[in-house]
Design a protein around this ligand. Structure first.
Ligand SMILES: NC(=O)c1ccc[n+]([C@@H]2O[C@H](COP(=O)([O-])OP(=O)(O)OC[C@H]3O[C@@H](n4cnc5c(N)ncnc54)[C@H](OP(=O)(O)O)[C@@H]3O)[C@@H](O)[C@H]2O)c1
Length: 295
């Protein structure tokens, strides 16, 4: 069994990006910039936003965090986004989810200029991805990070059966779509499972590549996995653990302790897919900068 080390790959990738940032900064005479907006005080979101800002600075890019109170109106938020759309020093705009319930996520997604939508959520980016025009869009960071792991670990995907469990707009759907594309690190036959799927273990047991993006700790058990499969665990679930200072530990959607030994390769949680998501956000921001300067 091979452990797919997302922490190491993301560190390598960030080092590569750092070199590329220096090159592009010199050519363009200015600095790539990412702005993250956070509305409200969700503690998990605050951690994510801090990590994004820190990684951005580490690679030599500018990072701005705009913290807005939970009562911010949708109109005010859209106004901020519009100002960032117009700001030539901002190359990537990200609005951290979840948003307070009085703000419509769709309206926010639509407000971000697609050329600065480094999360890859805008329909224009999603549409280009579905059409296979991957050089004309931003790919949603988590699925993009998984492609990078498959590529760097040289995992054979062509013609394999990939089963994706989960169909969210940010992970499951783009993931399934990407695995279908005719790329070296994809080109699979794809099945997507969700909460209405019947006989799910029968389907997951057919997977050469099983990708779990469900949000339920240890949901994928041994009986659901084919021996020798490649298992990618996207889930990040908090489990109460009084022995930890934080009071919780993280678990994936896969019952790692029982599943890992029967796989050919697997991502751990933490340290698998998670660190890749931020690295791909930085990659997308640099891509946006390069495109805006025709580099
Ligand atoms: N590593 C990272 O960087 C990263 C990034 C994003 C998300 N995540 C984690 O990945 C997990 C999924 O995130 P998400 O945003 O995609 O979640 P989500 O929007 O809640 O979607 C979960 C998906 O799983 C399906 N599902 C839920 N219960 C199921 C069941 N019992 N049987 C079959 N399918 C079931 C749902 O089906 P229906 O559509 O039928 O409801 C839905 O499609 C979460 O743990 C999240 O924290 C990690």
């Amino acid at each position: 069994m091979m452990l797919i080390d997302g922490k190491k790959v993301s560190t390598d990738l960030k080092n590569e990006l750092k070199t590329r940032v220096e090159e592009l900064k010199a050519k363009a005479g200015c600095v790539p910039g990412l702005t993250v907006i956070i509305v409200g005080e969700d503690p998990a979101s605050q951690v994510y936003v801090r990590n994004k800002a820190k990684s951005c600075k580490e690679t030599g890019m500018n990072s701005t965090v705009i913290e807005l109170p939970a009562e911010t109106s949708q109109k005010e938020l859209l106004g901020k986004i519009e100002a960032l759309n117009q700001d030539p020093d901002v190359h990537g705009i990200l609005v951290q989810q979840p948003l307070p319930s009085h703000i419509e996520e769709y309206a926010v997604t639509m407000a971000i200029d697609p050329s600065k939508d480094v999360d890859g959520f805008h329909p224009e980016n999603v549409g280009q991805m579905v059409l296979g025009n991957l050089d004309k869009c931003f790919i949603s960071c988590t699925p993009f990070g998984i492609l990078e792991l498959l590529r760097r670990y040289d995992i054979e995907t062509r013609g394999k059966h990939c089963v994706v469990v989960g169909r969210s707009n940010i992970v499951g759907k783009p993931m399934a779509n990407l695995m279908l594309q005719k790329l070296r690190e994809t080109n699979c036959t794809v099945t997507v499972c969700h909460s209405a799927t019947q006989n799910m273990p029968e389907l997951t047991r057919q997977a050469d590549i099983l990708i779990a993006a469900i949000g339920r700790a240890n949901f994928i058990t041994r009986e659901m996995v084919k021996p020798g499969a490649v298992v990618i665990d996207v889930g990040i679930n908090r489990i109460e653990d009084p022995s930890r200072k934080s009071g919780f530990r993280l678990a994936g959607d896969v019952d790692f302790d029982n599943v890992a030994k029967m796989t050919s390769a697997i991502t751990p949680v933490p340290g698998g897919v998670g660190p890749m998501t931020i690295a791909m956000l930085l990659k997308n921001t640099l891509q946006s900068f390069a495109r805006s300067h025709n580099l």
